[in-house]
Write a protein that binds this ligand. Sequence first.
Ligand code: FBP
Length: 699
Amino acid sequence: MSGVATRIEELLKHPEVKRMTSNINSELLERRAYNPPICRVFESPYTRLKEDDRYRFTIHPETIKRLGRIIKNTVQKIQGAGAPEEQIPQEYTKRRNIGIVFSGGPAPGGHNVIAGLYDAAKKANPETKLFGFILGPDGIIENEVIEITGDMVDQYRNLGGFTMIKTGRTKIDTEKKMDLSKKTCKELGLDALVIVGGDDSNTNAAFLAEEMYDDKIQIIGVPKTIDGDIQVRDADGRVLCAMSFGFHTAARAFAKEVSNLCTDGSSDVKYWHICKVMGRVASHLALEVALQTHANITLIGEDLAEYVDKERIEKARLEGTTDYTAYGMTLRHLSRVICDCIVRRALAGKNYGVIVIPEGVLEFINEIQVFIIKLNAIIAEYNNTHDTDFHSDFPYLEDKLEYLRRQARRSREDPSFTIWNTRDDELFNDLPEFFQEGLLTERDSHGNFQFSKVETDKVLMGLVKDYLNYLKEEGVYKIGISRGYYEKTLRQAGLDPEHYGPVLFKNYTDGQLLIVRPSIISVKTLGQELVKAGILKKEEEIPEAVLKIYNKSVPKFSTQLHFYGYDGRGSDPTRFDCIYSYNLGLTVFSLIANGATGQMAAIKNLEQEFDKWEPIGIPIAPLMHLEERKGRLELVLEKSIVDINSAAYQVVRALRERWLAAEPGPDNYRRPGPIRFTGRSEEDRPITLVLNSLAREHN
Ligand code: FBP
């Protein structure tokens, strides 16, 4: 034993073993050493802001009331300034204290925002200090902060995650939290605070900017989220920010995994791989994954919401009524649409495939959305009227269901209480337990429903399995058998294929892929058909070769469920995200150094070649609208969902049938490969962006 230990000790000292077991590998070194290219304006000695008055916004009156100090902000173009010998304005180079915080889920590129900001700030004045708030907005509220040094920045350049200062989801949404945040900023003597976050966090940035306006503490937001749902257009539809950073990397990371499953699935031809991909509400990630992989089926939530059941509308019209349930897709109907695709592939001999389901798909299923809204209101009402919290008071599902039952009783006694009636309660009780738990799951600190906690794929696949079983019994779900294989198998057994073919198959005369007759749904019915045709005597056994063919035609629906979310979110950024986020960091500093507040740093023309990228500041306040949160209307930044008229969506729609490949022959999968970071084959921007911009050019 001690001999073995000594040998291991010796082995651990070996330089090659040390090198191979070190945390520092060549990929890491290469990433850290990479210098992202910078937009031309940042090569100048300093930058200036120039108001770009071409853009208009439709402003909600509530915003004017609540964000009066920053509502007049306009789009600012960042311009290079200064000749090499020119004196840079003092205001630009003054010593500053800048704070930065990550808010919400991690997104690849966050460290480069810090790096860009750090490099620009130190270049303007080496005495400037950058502070990182730990664990998200809680770090601001509780004054948990570290000074970010050059060594720390170098350690994380071009690396994924928010590891350096971590993140959190707390919202600064009460007077007390606002006061504490202000206190922290003043104690640290901050000139500016940078909030790197999604829609809710940039909403926070606007309110902080308003609150700290008179204290001259500038607040700048940065559009971050893998969901890709921060996209800014003006009232005329002109794109100011096409995509948040982190989206490209997450989409590419998911696409690589999904593509691997396309390869695996089409090799062992026995599984349907069900891939749920993140995106709390919008289906942007699923859309990009579809374009990257050409998976057989990709659901796009926004498309389902638009569904109209024409047959039901017509039926109602003839009856002189209106069927409101005909608008929007139901879960049951969706499961049938999926089954139809599965059956068609099986008939083409392909009882396998890959389905991509966006995490937030339920948001677009009318009946489920109604439950989510009702339950949000019930939970919010409970929390607003009690000192305690709904989830602590009712920790178990049974307690929660009992509370809902009480609400249904309340609706019977008090007609003015309409939020939860007996019908709602009955429908809810029909759902499987795990789904009920999912719908009752705790809302996040912003009052959002947490789709990642619901097993959407399991719910949907449960319905798909049930319906496929029905279709199997109806003789509709079958696997097509190649004619050549059938003939060979029977001949090898000394049987005449021509003799059995017309009895076994419904398309024997002209089918390339033979489909067993719908009436044959078991060995028993197979025997009966053969007897009826006079090929078999009642007491005779079915020939083994015929049985073999029949068994091959019987589909098993075997699924493997996968969830892609946290893994892609933690991935090291693509080259696109490295460059984009680093330039966002540089943009942030330009906005700060030129006195901006209540602005969001952005890069225009992301969809074009790098030399066309334009750093800008977007005013956050005009982007706000009213939305229901925690049971009341709140002013928040509007989320962008997939536009079903966009070129990217329309391309996916047009190629849907080709990617389903419900015909004999090869599938049409695309191999996006892994995120390579360097190298010629590294893709330079999201496909969605390119398609949408090409279409704009075309118009
Ligand atoms: P952000 O909007 O904060 O960037 O987070 C997006 C996201 O990754 C969603 O795709 C996902 O639904 C959610 O976060 C998961 O949240 P959590 O990390 O709290 O499980």
